[in-house]
Design a protein around this ligand. Sequence first.
Ligand code: SAM
Length: 361
Amino acid sequence: MWSTARDVAAGDLVIIWQTRELIQPLLITPGKDLNSRFGYYRHADLVGIPYGSKVGSRNGKGFIHVLRPTPELWTMALPHRTQILYLADIAFITSWLDIKRGSSVIEAGTGSGSFSHSVARTIGSVGHLWSYEFHEARANKAREEFSLHGMADIVTLTHRNVCKDGFTVEDTVDAVFLDLPAPWDAIEHAKKALKKTSPTRICCFSPCMEQVLRTVNALNDSGFTDITMFETLLRPHEVHQLSPQSLTQAVEKLKKLEQKREDKRQHQIARSSKRKRDDLPETDIDNVGVKRLRTQESEEEDVCIRDIPDAVVDPGQSANQPPPIKISVSKVSPDVRGHTSYLTFARLVPTVPSKSVSIRE
Ligand code: SAM
């Protein structure tokens, strides 16, 4: 879809990564400049550098990374014209709709084209995506981007109200994805567009439960089966870097950790029995008990962060060898930070035509 050359060329679309929150697309146009709070850059200076380069600013204010676009980076950098689908949902939907190289897919609406870019890469030039958008300006802008990103042969974008007028193909697609305010109004139309020669799938994105219920009713009424709803929850992972250490050091650290745990346990038991002796009301004893459990839980979490023995290295490693690489470990946060969507999936299984029986006399 995008340039596969090693080096950046004039006219390439690149992704400029400044911080996690500041990622932007840039069309390399020699003669133009890029100004940001991380400095001043000339487009001409970026021509000929390898993709992935870190480039310092001309006025010494900072640096940028110049990256080759991918659907993932495009989703992080694209100009928002609507709410968009993010990677967690895109990956899940693609997998559950069984979208793969060569698939024929419908999506409505196109919106900002976030989902479209990922699907186009997955299906490749042997598949096809029919994308529908009823907001004319959005449809035109998306069409322009698809063409600029080399997707024009893979995606057909139609300006159309799919709830009222349906889709432009019949008995053609393997999968339908509806990201619309009223998906239930498009389900009968989707049924017509799905292939009748093999099992096919549909997914409807809904932000709230009321929409899910209406969608499920419509899917049932239209003869879809295996209706399943998933809620996508957000649970961050914290990544920590650990320095490699010897096996002996790791064992020592584990022993100390065990000892610390045991000391803490003994201390809690002593405190609890002292309270009992002092004849505290039952509820206080319970509170102590609960507190003890909580302390242990948080200690377990601390263990994950601070006390995992670092990566073990060969004890025979000599001092003049290059320093070993740091190892990254991740710890999942116990908190769910919210949800992105309810995704309702269903299947359409073709009915086997009954064999006609002819009776001969
Ligand atoms: N999935 C898109 C993405 O990842 O960028 C975002 C889709 S956006 C939330 C929903 C889009 O559906 C809007 O652009 C809206 O104009 C369009 N839309 C709403 N109702 C429609 C309909 N009946 N027919 C076609 N498009 C519709």
